[in-house]
Design a protein around this ligand. Sequence first.
Ligand SMILES: N[C@@H](CCC(=O)N[C@@H](CS)C(=O)NCC(=O)O)C(=O)O
Length: 313
Amino acid sequence: MSDLILHHYPNSPFAEKIRLAFGLKNLAWRSCDVSPVMPKPELQALTGGYRRVPVLQIGADIYCDTLLICEVLEALQPTPSLYPQGQTGLARTLAQWADGTLFPTAMAYNFSPAGGAEFARLNPDLDLRAFGADRAAMRGGAPRMFPGDATAAYKSYLRRIATMLENSPFVLGDQVSVADLAIYHPLWFTRRLPAVADVLATNAAILPWMDRVAALGHGKRNSAELSRAESLEIARQATPDMASTRDVFQDEHGIPLGTEVTITAESFGLEVTSGTLVAATRTRFTLRREHELTGTVHVHFPRIGFVLKKAEA
Ligand SMILES: N[C@@H](CCC(=O)N[C@@H](CS)C(=O)NCC(=O)O)C(=O)O
């Protein structure tokens, strides 16, 4: 099998979720750095348009969104599992709450004036004005939560998380799960900003649990960073895995396989990926695409969180 390549940047909370999944499963992987703001020409050559981070590349297969990346890693290395037996629905649903609700609340808190100033101090090379404009564009002009609202909600969520940890080391019991990783990553960002990190200490259970999750580590990360050009060349030399195209076709849109389609995230980063629909399984879509820098690739998305449409003629 080709190497696992994670396209990411150090400060990305969602990437931290996947780096920890590598740690849980003790997987070997290679790192390819992505810019935190647009333009991202190499990443978009691979994905066809999707610009969020992280993205997992395995040869000529490109996996978008951590929901799907976790499922791919689970299939490659089933133990230790991200989805403890008997709790798979709960683990996925709690992770979805964390990614969809806890994360934006925590980030609005993290970038409240004190946290934002500290982030700027810790990242002197980042053009903060460009960063703010980039994220505002990603939200499609929708405002971030107001700091006061975000702070109050974040404190409530932290109390709830602490309650889950009253009698067990991890949120669902004795075994770590995808729910821990999803709840952890926004808090990890808070912890990296000492000016606002005190909030994590207001519930005694939170920091020891964070230490347990952090102890999973990042797996076997190859110390040699892969250049963006090398990652494109790896895709060009590889052929896509046909496995997903042999899965049962589930048509919910009246769009047959072989149709030219577009896929867009439901929110936050609406860059469009277009290509030929070659698989639509119970849980994911696969598009075949050609690009001069990558040759033929398959770009995979989870169904949840994404919008499939016929390409306009
Ligand atoms: N639902 C996506 C969310 C990913 C996401 O929002 N990532 C952030 C970084 S943590 C991002 O892409 N920010 C904009 C960017 O880096 O271009 C996932 O699970 O992968």
